[in-house]
Design a protein around this ligand. Structure first.
Ligand code: P6P
Length: 335
């Protein structure tokens, strides 16, 4: 029988790979794992307690907030605040960043950006949802509180990123820049256990993921690309929960697209706490991630916390193919 390797054991073992690691990142990753277990417990029984449905408020991006969004946000913030390893956070659910006031956090090296429950509008119909997080070293004066500049760093500055997928089982997938590993929560022991070692994304896949309902609102180059997928008999798989779509693509290959539309002229998805962390993971697994305007996601300048960008992410050959279509058919490219 294979020996079980828990997330904690794996993180501690991997810490030895970082000769100068002082254990703070290890502690931070473990605290995120704890928060994920707490949120998982509520997500799994959301239908049984009065935590489903819509809270009567909107978040910074104008999205309707679900009660479970608020619960998840509060849990991640309290776990990170109490960890003593995190100097502050930026969350989809908070208009501004939060600098943790206690002395320990001010001396800590890291800040965390996260979407506490992405795809939460699917909760009420029992569709998988996810948490997305990215970890950066703070660049502001360590003797003072966090500043906005800590949270506007490029995705290339991430020291770690991951997601939790609350689905048929609960998985935590993360990278610290040395490959991607997945851990499945074993409820019988309450531990995330190594289940997917060194994930490598296939070079291409048989599915594409896009909201086909917006087809007529996409620019011509994206419409031509989608027509090409149909010509090649690719299947359409679009869950409406980005973490679930990206997780499928990591294992089966494929491409996820969220192009610009009239409603979202810069794209819908948020660069800081959705696109950058997922792009770090996909690139570490051998994939690619760029905007539909052909800029590498992790190189995009972040000008404000809730900045939206377009994205094409997934198998390297399929992202390259998207790039060829944009170069060939984009009205901008023809100018
Ligand atoms: P649309 C969920 O609201 C989300 O942020 C992502 O998880 C998902 O991929 C996307 O938006 C779905 O957006 O416009 O297709 O409903």
């Amino acid at each position: 029988m294979n020996s079980i390797i828990t997330l904690d054991e794996f993180i501690i073992k991997r810490q030895k790979d970082f000769p100068y690691a002082s254990g703070e990142l290890t502690g931070l990753l473990r605290d995120i794992g704890i928060a994920a277990k707490i949120v998982n417990r509520e997500v799994n029984k959301a239908g049984l307690v009065n935590i489903l449905g819509i809270a009567d408020q909107q978040n910074a991006s104008g999205d309707t907030v679900q009660k479970l969004d608020i619960y998840a946000n509060e849990k991640f913030i309290s776990c990170l605040k109490n960890s003593g390893e995190c100097a502050g956070i930026s969350s989809e659910e908070n208009e501004d960043f939060v600098s943790f006031p206690n002395v320990e956090s001010k001396s800590s090296k890291y800040i965390v950006v996260f979407d506490p429950l992405d795809g939460s509008s699917n909760i009420d119909v029992n569709v998988s949802v996810g948490t997305i997080f990215g970890i950066y070293r703070r660049i502001s004066d360590p003797n003072g509180p966090c500043t906005l500049e800590d949270f506007l760093q490029k995705g290339t500055e991430q020291v770690a990123a991951g997601y939790v997928l609350y689905g048929t089982s609960t998985l935590l997938v993360y990278t610290t820049g040395r490959g991607v590993n997945g851990f499945t929560l074993d409820p019988s022991i309450g531990e995330f256990c190594l289940s997917h070692r060194d994930i490598q994304i296939p070079k291409r896949g048989n599915y594409y993921a896009v909201n086909q309902g917006y087809y007529l609102k996409f620019d011509v180059e994206i419409r031509r690309l989608i027509d090409h997928y149909s010509d090649k008999n690719l299947g359409l798989r679009y869950i409406g929960s980005m973490v679930a779509d990206i997780h499928r693509i990591l294992f089966q290959g494929g491409i996820f697209l969220y192009p610009n539309t009239r409603k979202y002229p810069y794209g819908k998805l948020r660069l800081s706490y959705e696109l950058n962390p997922l792009s770090f993971i996909v690139e570490q697994a051998g994939g690619k991630a760029m905007t539909c305007q052909l800029e590498r996601i992790m190189e995009v300048e972040l000008k404000e916390l809730h900045q939206r960008n377009t994205i094409a992410i997934g198998s390297p050959d399929m992202v390259d193919e998207m790039k060829q279509f944009v170069e060939r058919y984009s009205a901008v490219a023809m100018m």
